[in-house]
Ligand binder design. Structure first.
Ligand SMILES: CC(=O)[C@@H](O)[C@H](O)COP(=O)(O)O
Ligand SMILES: NCC(=O)COP(=O)(O)O
Length: 245
């Protein structure tokens, strides 16, 4: 079954807006785990407008499922990850001022850089993942530089879903099969939501984990966090049943 990692960036955004420690990210993370989250993700960006670098240590103390830290591998980010050793680090090719992630790595052009950074994380015993588009060359490149997993950037799928769901998912299914064939672990995320998740996950053979934040935290405003996590878990169970059927 695909695991659900809850991205708490948007919870941190609310916290930061008043300069105090409320909502408290550690409490929200432990509550999410109790409600059924199978992982906690944060993506600290250089502007620290939502998750901050010092959240990594605080979350590492309490998260018992899987802590996944996403970000661009600049020196400060690498130091924070190496000193806190989360279960997984997901490297994302974001520019410093980027509003949100909008593309995967060019794992061929950046091969030397990625190889060196990933080797450091591997030596520290941290599972590594590279954010990629559904492109066989980039997946092969991720394997060659030593990543354990890839995370598919699912923004384009989500944006096309309403107009043409079959067309939207097709390149991801193909890329997923390819990743499976060459032995890469497979994660996915960005703009997944209650409408598109079951369809997506049911067509991704071997998908191991999704990280979901923006839509999930927005849904929690209406349904509450416990119900919302149950609803996302239920989408993933339905997807598994569809794959078996
Ligand atoms: C890599 C990725 O897709 C997520 O980490 C996403 O970027 C988080 O989104 P925000 O930082 O916009 O909340
Ligand atoms: N890696 C994707 C992620 O963590 C959450 O992305 P989104 O659901 O906030 O778009």
């Amino acid at each position: 079954m695909v695991r659900l990692s809850v991205n708490l960036n948007k919870v941190a955004l609310i916290r930061n807006s008043r300069g105090a420690d409320y909502p408290n990210l550690v409490k929200v993370a432990t509550d999410c785990e109790q409600f059924g989250a199978q992982g906690i993700t944060i993506h600290p960006r250089p502007d620290q407008r939502h998750a901050r670098y010092d959240d990594v240590a605080a979350l590492k103390e309490v998260v018992t499922t899987e802590l996944n830290i996403e970000g661009y591998p600049a020196e400060h980010f690498n130091q924070i990850v190496l000193s806190n050793r989360p279960h997984q680090v997901t490297l994302v090719p974001d520019e410093p001022g980027q509003l949100t992630s909008d593309h995967g790595w060019d794992t061929v052009a950046k091969a030397d850089f990625l190889k060196e950074v990933l080797a450091g994380f591997r030596e520290a015993g941290i599972r590594t993942s590279l954010f990629v588009d559904p492109d066989e060359r980039m997946i092969e490149g991720a394997k060659e530089v030593g990543a354990d997993r890839i995370e598919f950037y699912t923004g384009p799928f989500a944006h096309q879903f309403a107009a043409d769901r079959a067309g939207a998912v097709a390149p991801f299914t193909r890329a997923c099969r390819f990743a499976q064939e060459i032995g890469m672990g497979i994660n996915a995320g960005h703009d997944l939501n209650l409408d598109n998740l079951t369809y997506f996950a049911s067509r991704m053979p071997g998908l191991q984990e999704v990280s979901i934040g923006h839509a999930l935290v927005s849904d929690a405003l209406y349904y509450g966090m416990a119900n919302t996590i149950a609803m996302y878990r239920s989408c993933l169970s339905n997807a598994a049943a569809l794959q078996e059927g």
